[in-house]
Design a protein around this ligand. Structure first.
Ligand code: CTP
Length: 407
């Protein structure tokens, strides 16, 4: 399954570096192509000779191959070569530098120019792991699209017991394998996602909008891709970066445009997620010219926008799954359940408005996933990427339920 896959393995200064050697061996056994980059600090734990021998490629330790001859390592080419860049172990220091864009060694420089997915398997001591700065770096890196292969609990080199231990080489190997050959029930399923805000024009320079950024929808799109789904994203105006090589993106502005695009692909979609914050109303008249300031008051007459989720709910076949979002300020659960029924959703994700750090604009979120009968799961406040994963895992269960109910 991994035959010919190009994997760039970064090793940083941590005692877990020795475990990376076992990972290289597994990857080579599976016929992957592996190139290893070692940071200066990692050289206290493993040697370039070990890694060159195991990976069957010269281990890279510096910007130069032969400085006096002007022979240098082309980090841009390395970044383009890789199908996947995995930094394991990733120390607190390297994670902090990655977040800041610091590039004072060949591993960090390659990371900055890599276009492939980048994953990190952190390894550090318990207190470093739970330190507020490290925790912030984790969330920030995840928001930038870096996948964190979360550390396991266990005995640490310091003698302390807790989080911080790098995942075992076999676990890392199976995550890599799963990435290249997903065996999730969602593999090859068509997933359509609406995300972001809509902008409803008033005149050529003004619009009515809302504070949605699209972060949750983009995190969902990435998570479904990770599980092997084919993802189409109908995205309102958003500045969030999207990997357009893996996700088919349709940029839209208004609710009407979002409806048109969603309708175009809905019939071929297996799972549709409505995470967009669609404006409920739009100006009835859109001025051709910029409206001039005149009276002390100004009124804009609004007219109702189409409800995209409701319209797709009416078109939905028994094989399709629709999942909505709800943001409520009162009678949260009751209102969410009403929306679920009214819009023919299979489940609805209720955003918590009670928690600072959840909802529009934040990197974190806290949600309850509600099905027709019950709350299925309530999350803690966590990164939107992890919330997305919970939703994807829940969707796997829904797909399995649909399959067994038709047997
Ligand atoms: N939605 C949609 N099209 C709209 C309005 C909402 O597709 N015009 C979708 C949202 O993407 C979300 C769900 O419907 O998945 C619920 O959105 P929400 O704004 O909470 O519901 P509304 O029906 O607009 O109800 P209200 O604003 O009155 O609470």
């Amino acid at each position: 399954m991994l035959k010919g896959k190009k994997i760039l393995l970064g090793i940083t200064g941590s005692i877990a570096a020795y475990k990376a050697t076992l990972l290289v061996r597994e990857l080579i056994k599976a016929e992957a192509e592996v190139k290893v980059i070692l940071t200066p600090a990692s050289l206290d734990f493993v040697t370039p000779v070990t890694l060159s021998t195991l990976s069957r490629n010269p281990a890279i330790t510096d910007f130069y191959i032969e400085k006096s001859a002007g022979e240098w390592v082309n980090h841009v080419e390395l970044g383009l070569w890789a199908d996947l860049m995995l930094i394991a172990p990733a120390s607190a220091n390297t994670l902090a530098k990655m977040n800041q864009g610091i590039s004072d060694n060949i591993l960090l420089t390659t990371f900055l120019s890599a276009r492939c997915p980048v994953w990190v398997a952190p390894a550090m001591d318990l207190d470093m792991y739970t330190n507020a700065s490290t925790a912030e770096n984790f969330v920030a890196l995840e928001t930038k699209g870096i996948r964190i292969l979360d550390s396991a609990e266990g005995e640490l080199a310091s003698g302390l017991v807790g989080k911080g231990r790098m995942q075992e080489p076999e676990q890392l190997f199976s995550v890599v394998q799963e990435f290249f050959e997903p065996n999730s029930i969602l593999k090859d399923k068509n997933v359509l996602i609406t995300a972001g805000p809509t902008q409803e024009n008033i005149d050529p320079v003004r619009y009515i909008g809302n504070r949605s950024t699209g972060k949750m929808g983009v995190a969902l799109a990435n998570a479904f891709v990770e599980y092997g789904a084919e993802v189409q994203l109908v995205l309102g105006p958003s500045s969030i970066e999207v990997d357009r090589t893996q996700i088919e993106v349709f940029d839209v502005k208004t609710a009407i445009e979002m409806l048109e695009k969603t309708k175009e692909f809905f019939s071929s979609s297996d799972i549709t997620i409505f995470s967009a914050a669609v404006a409920d109303y739009r100006p009835k008249m859109v001025a051709d010219q910029k409206i001039k300031k005149s009276d002390s008051e100004m009124n804009i007459t609004l007219t109702k926008n189409p409800d995209i989720a409701s319209e797709m709910g009416r078109l939905k076949s028994s094989k399709q799954i629709n999942i909505g979002f709800a943001l409520e300020t009162d009678n949260e659960l009751e209102n969410a359940k009403k929306k679920l029924i009214a819009k023919n959703f299979d489940a609805i994700v209720l955003n918590s408005l009670q928690d600072a750090g959840a909802g529009f604009g934040h990197d974190t979120n806290k949600v309850s996933i509600v099905s027709k009968n019950n709350i299925v799961e309530s999350t803690e406040l966590m990164s939107k990427q992890n919330v997305a994963k919970k939703i994807v895992n829940f969707t796997e269960d829904l797909v399995n339920e649909k399959i067994s109910s038709t047997l």
